[in-house]
Design a binder for this molecule. Structure first.
Ligand code: UD1
Length: 279
């Protein structure tokens, strides 16, 4: 769950605190406002949570999307685009790399199944009813204000938390699951925003899905080296056995996104610097 204090203060921002599963509220919002763009980012974002609570996750990650699509079809005749956020999790553990949008889909968890099903509905609403939709498949997103407290947090927010403790001379260490040779395509939040805006704006992205990453992967060992170097500090590491169900490597082919004019502006080095500066 995000935090309200992370929102910018702006007269152009109207914040409604509610759930996408609240049908009355959603009908009220969609029937009484005229939207140009809708970015759908609401979800149970934790894969592990979806495994623990598949029914509740399904209501939030799938059913609410279908309800929203119906409301958009009914009320938002002038909508320019709805962009739905899906996930690299749809590719599962199929080992062929890099992942292309046409790669084999092997959703292995309720989270991944719901994301894929919702994504397909979102795109079908374009093909079947002319609702202007697109979808994006996020790889490993990182950036300021991620909550490191949850055991299901992304690894970079956990790492930053441990480095901050270390800098404040609090005794800490980072638990690395596996040998550190696993790799991920970590994409900085500002590049994610660039991708969302391009996908929303370009006519050629209509009815299609796009990987959102950098096109480059880094191993965990190398990532820690990079941050050690930026902060000039050495993070103590405790090695534990590999996390169950972990995939070894993940990297996006982003040529489809590149064709819209996207360039990943933040290498892991640049993104981490910006992230650490903002803390
Ligand atoms: C993400 C999901 C994961 C899901 C997977 C499949 C999140 C936070 N993670 O995992 O639930 O199964 O996609 O698509 O949504 N690591 C450590 N120490 C830590 C935390 C993580 O060593 O304290 C390691 C993990 O074992 C993993 C790597 O760091 O090898 C990256 O982990 P994470 O940030 O959770 O991302 P994914 O593995 O891609």
């Amino acid at each position: 769950m995000g935090k309200e204090e992370n929102l910018i203060e702006s007269l152009n921002l109207k914040f409604i605190n509610g759930s996408v599963t609240d049908k009355n509220l959603m009908e009220e919002v969609l029937s009484q406002n005229k939207f140009d763009y809708i970015f759908h980012l609401a979800a149970v974002a934790s894969v592990a949570d979806s495994v623990a609570r598949p029914v509740e996750t399904h209501q939030i990650n799938f059913e609410s999307v279908l309800s929203l699509l119906e409301l958009v079809r009914k009320y938002q005749k002038d909508l320019k685009r709805l962009v739905f956020s899906s996930s690299a999790a749809v590719y599962g553990d199929e080992p062929t790399l890099p992942k292309k949008e046409e790669s084999v889909i092997r959703p292995l968890t309720p989270y991944a199944v719901d994301k894929f099903a919702a994504e397909q509905y979102v795109l079908d609403y374009n093909h079947l009813y002319g609702v202007p939709t697109s979808a994006v498949r996020f790889f490993n997103v990182y950036g300021p204000n991620q909550n490191p407290e949850s055991p299901y947090s992304g690894v970079i927010s956990i790492l930053v938390d441990r480095y901050k403790k270390l800098q404040s001379e609090v005794d800490t260490q980072f638990t690395l699951f596996g040998d550190g040779s696993q790799s991920r395509d970590f994409v900085f939040i500002e590049d994610v925003i660039q991708a969302l805006l391009l996908v929303a704006d370009k006519p050629e992205s209509l009815g299609k899905q796009f990987n959102v990453g950098t096109g480059n992967a880094i191993t965990l060992t190398k990532l820690i080296e990079v941050i050690d170097e930026i902060l000039d500090i050495k993070l103590p590491i405790e090695y534990e056995s590999e996390r169950e169900g972990d995939i070894k490597d993940s990297v996006a082919n982003i040529s489809r996104l590149n064709s819209l004019g996207y360039e990943a502006n933040f290498s892991i080095n640049e993104g981490m610097k910006r992230y650490l500066d903002s803390e």
